[in-house]
Design a binder for this molecule. Structure first.
Ligand SMILES: [Zn+2]
Length: 255
């Protein structure tokens, strides 16, 4: 029986997610951006929080761990590589590990770069990926920790998943990302279509999430660092994709 996924806004531009297992009634929050937003979403569905799956250590993803744990006694799962930066973790995981929430199974994928120990949670049977701040729609997280090489390697792991996978990311950044993407890849038809779609969604008061992974692979310039088109646009014909990716990330920082 498939999971039920609730999408809601938290803080100003964070996304909050609840993943509910119909079989056992367990409900996991992906990250803990804001207590009230999560409580409201739980109440709206009549669910009780049983688990929190944390992607990385930033405060806008971890702030509500303490209060939610105190209220529900929820199990908190988080990145082994950031255990010293996140309070309240009960279970540590890293790339290749699997965790269960009731009958739902998640595999953990290492996606370093935004932070060094950043992980994503992939539910293969649900065809759902919770990418935190590693992969956004039409963009990627700012590279606060680390270097382009491991960050590109992590994104390649995501690119290898089923293209039908729905991507649930940490922030509503799609329109801003589309502006940069169009500046470096202006004639990409998939990108033009996705940017239009996102504009319509925002105008209708809808989230631009989830994005389909296959659409992201075709439209997101950071996932296209290994294409001749993007290498050419960055003046790096024939260069290693890592170099193209690094140049794209620097260009976005200055955009
Ligand atoms: Zn972050």
């Amino acid at each position: 029986m498939p999971a039920q996924i609730a999408v809601f806004t938290a803080r100003s531009d964070n996304f909050g997610y609840l993943v509910h297992d119909r079989e056992t009634g367990r409900t996991a929050a992906i990250d803990a951006p804001e207590e009230k937003a999560i409580l409201d979403a739980l109440a709206a569905h009549g669910w009780t929080l049983s688990d929190i799956l944390v992607t990385h250590h930033h405060g806008d993803h971890t702030e509500a761990i303490g209060p939610l744990k105190a209220r529900f006694g929820a199990r908190v799962v988080g990145p082994r590589g950031e255990a010293d930066k996140i309070e309240g973790l009960d279970e540590l995981v890293s790339g290749g590990d699997r965790i269960s929430v009731g009958a739902l199974s998640f595999e953990v994928i290492d996606v370093p770069g935004h932070t060094l120990g950043h992980i994503a949670y992939h539910a293969p049977e649900e065809k759902a990926l919770f990418s935190g701040d590693a992969l956004f729609s039409l963009g990627v997280g700012r590279m606060f920790e680390g270097t382009p090489e491991p960050m590109w390697a992590g994104l390649k792991r995501l690119k290898a998943l089923d293209p039908q996978t729905a991507v649930y990311c940490g922030h509503e950044y799609t329109l801003a990302n589309a502006k940069f993407a169009l500046s470096v890849d202006p004639s990409n038809e998939s990108l033009i279509a996705r940017a239009e779609e996102a504009k319509g969604q925002i105008e209708s008061g809808l989230p631009t999430i989830p994005a389909r992974l296959g659409d992201e692979i075709a439209a997101n310039p950071f996932l296209r660092a290994d294409t001749e088109a993007l290498a050419g646009r960055m003046g790096l014909q024939g260069a290693d994709p890592v170099e193209v990716f690094g140049a794209l990330r620097r260009a976005k920082d200055q955009f």
